[in-house]
Write a protein of this length. Sequence first.
Length: 375
Amino acid sequence: MKVVVAGGGVIGLSVAWQAARHGHEVVLADPDPGRGTSWAGAGMLAPVAEAYFGEEAITAFGMAASHRWESWADELRADAGSDPGYTRKGTLVIARDHDELAALVPLHEMQLAQQLRAERVSAREARRIEPALAPAICGGLWLADDHQVDNRLYVRALIDACGRAGVSFVHERAATCAPTHVTLDGGIDMAADAVVVATGTWQPVIEAGGEQIDLYLRPVKGQIIRVRSTNRAVFPTRTVRSGPIYVVPRDHGELAIGATAEERGFDTTVTAGAARELLTKSWELLPGLAEAELVEVMAGLRPGTPDNAPMIGRLPGGPILAMGHFRHGILFSPATAAAVVAMIDGGEVPEVVAPFTPERFAGATTARRQAKART
Ligand code: GLY
């Protein structure tokens, strides 16, 4: 079958690679594959640390994806001929004071209620695991099942694996995605047996059942800092979090410090206030960071849906969507790719994907279309 994938972030690239591996003729359309939100991310594979109250289906999908990651990284390494920088080291969630420690109690209960592995640790135990932590911390949670990948190495490996598997890249944006064709920004029309939309926060015109569909996506800006040090003693060796702030070390001496969550539309400006907040809070956790070299501040846009869960499935009479991965695109990518390729092949789609049918917003999108028509 001929498959056109619109969008070349980690989701589009993963789908394209897997579809090509399944024998399909794949074209991926993106002006600059891998350079959007996937490039800005930190690469945490953290379904436990990022389990939120009331989001059980998202956590279950994250755990299913998480279990797939080790073999996914091995297959990618073999196909791409390069290392995506996958490591299995767990996450430490740290309370900086007694209020934060108290706030970890319901979080821990929720994690245990979902059969997630999470252990209380004292300040002394946390500092034994990560000696770079500040002496003033109050304790935390040890999450052994979270892991990480170097998002930039991952993106490069996916591009290489796609190339080696025969995926053709068209360096243009998809302007319109219909069930059996994609029109590029420049006006060229590409026919396909299957179209997959994986364009992140940016939404092309989507035609389904003879109508144009509004997906109700919202960009949630995340500012992230990268620092570097040759003195490894100032860095942790695994991901450390505290509230919304996380610190993710890389093997090559860099450290990603993220991230803000700002709802400001399509704005990717980096701001002094966000940089100050990220640096202050991470420095309170890891005082040695003060010595590190500041390498980069950047912002990415997470694609959020009204319920923060992804949209994975075929719109009736429309293309297949792999959209709205919000905070979890890198984590979900192996599981989303498997589900989308099963949809293309007409195979069995895993049950864990069922809650993410795009049709759950059918009422909202219709109401929005009607409201737009009235104005
Ligand atoms: N998953 C990390 C973030 O959204 O900031």
